[in-house]
Design a protein around this ligand. Structure first.
Ligand SMILES: [Zn+2]
Length: 154
């Protein structure tokens, strides 16, 4: 599956099977919000982002609308991933049970923090939000963070 971001004129590519796996985790955790990290790499010209995997945080609080992810303990995981495959942390994903796939102000603030975080060292992290019900993913949106704003891919 390929998506395009008008704002940055960049593309994003993800295998449908990977998106299905992430969706399944979200549905299993319903009615609680859940989420984690996205892993991938950029093309040599930096115009295309390939999302290759996801990770679940070691610690998470699974309460509806209150998902707190923690990068604690993940540093080594990401380092190993980079050493092995040259893949790295490229952003975040989480579910909105019975909600839309529009980001909240909390989501935007979290992305600002991530972009300023020295550990991850990424200027344009990606955010995937999945709108879920008890049985299925209703909708999802990938957005790219840039300069204190989130811009959706189409
Ligand atoms: Zn959210």
């Amino acid at each position: 599956m390929k998506f395009f971001n008008q704002h940055k004129q960049v593309s994003l590519i993800i295998e449908e099977t990977l998106l299905k796996k992430i969706s399944q985790i979200g549905i299993e955790k319903y009615p609680y919000e859940t989420g984690g990290f996205l892993v991938g790499y950029y093309s040599d010209d930096s115009m295309t982002l390939y999302i290759t995997d996801y990770l679940l945080p070691h610690k998470q609080k699974g309460m509806a609308y209150l998902f707190e992810r923690s990068i604690d303990g993940m540093k080594q995981v990401f380092k190993n991933l980079f050493d092995r495959q040259k893949h790295f942390y490229i952003g975040e994903w989480h579910t909105h049970p019975n909600g839309s796939c529009m980001y909240s102000s909390t989501d935007l603030n979290a992305m600002i923090e991530i972009a300023n975080c020295e550990t991850v060292n990424i200027t344009n992290p990606v955010l995937l939000i999945l709108s879920i019900t008890e049985k299925q993913v209703k909708d999802f949106t990938f957005s790219i963070y840039n300069n204190k704003g989130l811009h959706p891919y189409e």
